[in-house]
Design a protein around this ligand. Structure first.
Ligand SMILES: Cc1cc2nc3c(=O)[nH]c(=O)nc-3n(C[C@H](O)[C@H](O)[C@H](O)COP(=O)(O)O)c2cc1C
Length: 172
């Protein structure tokens, strides 16, 4: 599959089958995240893979949506500000969010490639998520990714509404 085709195939899936995701598929997704570029190759991330039913229920309390409850597993992407690269010579900007987001999108694309659905979820309550996973202070949860086989009766690909290139680009 061409990269553009894969990018177009991925969409935010908000209905999953209860069927568990095979461990080799989870590992494939994680290996794609592992290969992500990062500022100064500092790899300031940690991935929590949540397949345990009790912990899944606790995570659901951080993002109370009916569709979210259908996912059989989650990957929670955290940034590690204790190792992320800071632009020290000027404004001190922390690039940990950028790095973690690149890895996160690798997760989404890898899942789409192997026939699984995902959805970026950032509108969670951080304190509840932290407690559910016992996340230490030096890590910050960036996004939750519900992952699973798509319930195609309730969720289907729609043509993506995107701004035209002419609105979002400037050739100089
Ligand atoms: C940083 C980020 C945060 C998002 N947070 C949520 C969220 O909390 N809940 C949700 O349902 N979708 C969330 N989304 C999904 C977006 O709504 C979705 O990507 C966008 O509408 C485009 O649709 P598509 O992913 O199907 O192409 C988020 C996406 C991104 C990139």
């Amino acid at each position: 599959m061409q990269l553009k085709e894969l990018i177009e195939k991925r969409y935010s899936v908000r209905a999953y089958l209860s069927q568990p995701v095979e461990t080799d598929k989870i590992n494939y997704i994680l290996e794609c995240a592992q290969q992500s570029p990062s500022a100064n190759n500092l790899q300031p991330w940690k991935f929590y893979i949540v397949t345990n039913e009790n912990t899944i229920q606790k995570i659901q309390e951080s993002y109370n949506r009916e569709w979210f409850k259908t996912a059989p597993m989650h990957i929670v992407v955290c940034k590690d500000s204790s190792v992320s690269w800071k632009r020290n010579n000027t404004d001190g900007k922390d690039f940990g969010d950028v790095d973690a987001s690149i890895a996160a999108e690798h997760i989404c694309l890898a899942a789409a490639e192997i026939g699984l659905g995902t959805c970026w979820v950032c509108n969670f309550i951080p304190d509840i998520l932290r407690e559910a996973l016992n996340i230490p202070d030096h890590l910050e949860p960036v996004a939750i990714f519900p992952i699973g086989y798509i319930d195609t009766e309730k969720s289907s690909w729609n043509e993506k509404k995107r701004k035209p290139l002419s609105d979002i680009t400037e050739w100089i």
